[in-house]
Ligand binder design. Structure first.
Ligand code: MN
Ligand code: MN
Length: 337
């Protein structure tokens, strides 16, 4: 198979372009309703990823993918209803052994290869509420078992998520599905709850049982149900240059330098509590030094790329609502995944 004749795998590729959004976006909605905000954000997510699928081909630059997703998210969002123009967080485009948080830097020349498996993870925000949803794509059948294992594990995770369900048991069921495919769940990555304006709440949903977790059972709320699998090692470790950061809502120590204080307040003004990428910083030339100062003071949190040492990785993720009386909404679900 040559690069010009490829088949996109890992999702059900839609036969036609999604055309449902424009009408829906004209309808009024209640910005104070969590569910309505997430429905609107999910609509944009589905539209953007649908338009992205034809671009996912061997030879495409990650930077072009990131630019496209950001541009379309901004175009389809209403700036008045958004914290950062609708961008919930910078897109993750993590290839092969890299499982999460690879986001191209400004001059990144990385291209997708025919043999690659890539985790596409991006967020859309409306009214402070973020849709966090991810899928895995590849062109080479060798990745099929890995992708199927993780897709099935995430599906089971959505089925088993319920108010009062034990999270450790939930994690064990994820582990069992992956291991039935001879795939290792990545022990230190998992799902989480989502709060207004905050991508990660205090709930952690590991893909592996026996982890130290603060909250033991699901309660009513918004969750990002995601699982990660690996054909190699089962721990993801920081690897490579950080390009994604977030202001730290819990810690704001005084900064000694005037320039750092100014930079910090500009970050808060521009991105509020949402994650941002070095590519989004247009108000500071060479921001790396300033970012390092803020990071070492814990004013901002780093999200470095996370990779397993050997093997390939896959991820699927949906944002859901768990309500009383068994109510469950899987906002980001589409015909594609
Ligand atoms: Mn995600
Ligand atoms: Mn997530």
């Amino acid at each position: 198979m040559s690069a010009s004749e490829y088949k996109l795998k890992g999702i059900n590729v839609p036969q036609k372009k999604p055309a449902f959004l424009v009408k829906k976006n004209e309808q009024p909605f209640d910005i104070n309703s969590t569910v309505e905000c997430l429905e609107r954000a999910a609509c944009i997510h589905k539209q953007v990823r649908g338009e992205m699928y034809p671009l996912l081909r061997p030879g495409v630059r990650l930077l072009d993918l990131a630019n496209f997703v950001e541009k379309r998210t901004i175009e389809l969002s209403n700036e008045k209803n958004s914290l950062n123009k609708g961008i919930g967080f910078p897109i993750g485009l993590s290839i092969n052994n890299c499982a999460a948080h690879y986001h191209p830097h400004a001059n990144d020349a990385t291209e997708l290869k025919l043999t690659d498996i890539v985790k596409v993870d991006f967020g859309v925000e409306v009214g402070g509420w973020i849709i966090d949803s991810a899928f895995t794509v590849y062109f080479d059948d060798r990745h099929e078992k890995l992708a199927n294992a993780v897709r099935e594990a995430t599906e089971l995770g959505i089925t088993n998520a319920a108010i009062d369900a034990d999270i450790d048991e939930w994690s064990r069921s994820i582990q069992e599905v992956m291991e039935s495919y001879e795939v290792h769940p990545i022990r230190n990555l998992g799902g989480h709850n989502i709060l207004k304006g905050l991508i990660h709440g205090e709930y952690y949903l590991p893909s592996f049982p026996g982890q130290p977790i603060i909250h033991k059972r699901f309660t009513e709320g918004i969750y990002a149900i995601e699982t990660f699998g690996s054909t190699g090692t089962d721990m993801a470790v920081p690897s490579g240059e950080t390009t994604i950061y977030r202001t730290n809502p819990y810690k704001n120590p005084l900064l000694k330098l005037d320039s750092s204080r100014k930079f910090m307040s500009k970050l808060q003004q521009s991105f509020k509590t949402l994650p941002f990428s070095t590519r989004f910083i247009d108000f500071q030339p060479n921001p790396k030094t300033q970012l390092n100062i803020l990071s070492s003071n814990k004013n901002i949190i780093d999200y470095p790329p996370l990779s397993v040492i050997e093997g390939n990785t896959a991820q699927y993720e949906h944002t859901i609502f768990l309500g009383e009386n068994g109510q469950k909404i899987v906002f980001s679900r589409g015909d594609d995944y």
